[in-house]
Design a protein around this ligand. Structure first.
Ligand code: NAI
Length: 301
């Protein structure tokens, strides 16, 4: 098969001034895309900011003959997001791909976490994904083409001590994807998620150097590039780190129909082994399939 190329295509990568986003932006540009490099340029906890980080990556892209422009807006700022999209449209007239990657951390056990830190992280990750998607949505639908990659995390999919705010946001992003993947299908707008593991400033204090060495952010980028390609699936969660790629899915067991007569909490307790039996479990593509299963089991008695 031919190489994946993005000639003539326009990509926005948020939070692309460093870490994973920078690698994504560089690789899209190497493969012919015109790139909007967005980054607020703040510290890891979301304080401060300058457009220098984005500008530096733009210079790197230009140095190898690529095309890129910088945007220093916060992904949570309505006017800034509108400006980012306007810059892309004014310069190149279209937007084909959005990689929603920007993010911050405010880790603390839930006991010690303030509601302010919870809301801030939720806002940057979840609304900082929703707002850029909203801003490109009608453009992509009108083009009958779009590829959106959102960024989730094992902390959201499975949990991680000290990251209740971040985990809530990261799984919220998956809930968002699960619905817009259905709404975008008719217009060939595909939405997928990357669940990365990489050595960046976010993780540099969490793992030993030997492990970090194996977790280069550029080892995640091929997964993002595939999810941005014409052949991309929709609604997939691609876990990626150190060159290992896997699909993350939510499964539902076949379950058991306990009947209406005498239905009780004790019956649920006593049926736990059957309820959780993995034989016949399925991953659904949309919520209605759960209802379909329920009525199938009813008809089976
Ligand atoms: P990073 O801190 O190097 O990169 C995040 C970038 O987002 C920074 O350049 C930062 O300036 C920018 N940013 C933060 N708030 C912003 C805002 N409001 N508007 C615009 N830009 C903003 O961290 P890393 O690791 O590259 O993270 C990238 C994404 O991957 C994040 O969404 C993160 O949650 C996610 N992730 C990373 C993992 C890892 O192992 N590094 C694991 C799971 C998820």
């Amino acid at each position: 098969m031919a190489d994946i190329r993005f000639d003539g295509k326009v990509v926005i990568v948020t939070g692309a001034g460093g870490g994973l986003g920078r690698q994504h932006a560089l690789e899209f540009a190497r493969r012919g895309a015109k790139v909007v490099v967005n980054d607020l340029g703040g510290s890891m906890d979301g304080s401060g900011g300058s457009s220098e980080a984005a500008q530096k990556v733009v210079e790197e892209i230009k140095a190898f003959g690529g095309e890129a422009i910088a945007n220093g807006s916060s992904v949570t700022d309505d006017a800034g997001v509108a400006l980012m999209v306007k810059q892309a449209m004014d310069t190149w007239g279209r937007i084909d791909i959005l990689v929603a990657n920007a993010g911050i951390l405010r880790d603390k056990s839930f006991s010690k976490m303030t509601i302010e830190d919870f809301e801030l992280v939720l806002n940057v990750h979840l609304m900082g994904t929703v707002k850029p998607v909203k801003a490109v949505w009608e453009i992509m639908k009108a083009q009958n083409y779009g590829r959106i990659i959102v960024t989730t995390s094992s902390s959201g999919l499975y949990g991680n001590f000290g990251q209740s705010n971040y985990g809530a946001a990261k799984l919220g992003i998956i809930g968002f994807m699960n619905t817009i993947k259905l709404e975008g299908q008719k217009n060939n707008v595909h939405i997928n998620a990357i669940s990365p593991v990489a050595a960046t400033r976010m993780t540099e204090n969490l793992m030993p150097p030997a492990m970090l060495e194996k977790l280069k952010p550029e080892y995640v980028t091929p997964g993002v590039v595939y999810l941005a390609s014409e052949e991309a699936p929709t609604g997939a969660i691609l876990a990626a780190g150190a060159g290992v790629f896997a699909l993350a899915r939510i499964y539902e067991t076949d379950g058991v129909h306990l009947g209406e007569k005498g239905l009780s909490a004790e019956e649920v307790r006593d049926s736990w082994a059957k309820i959780s039996d993995e034989a016949g479990q399925q991953a659904y593509f949309q919520g209605g399939e759960q209802g379909g299963k329920i009525f199938r089991k009813l008809s089976e008695g």
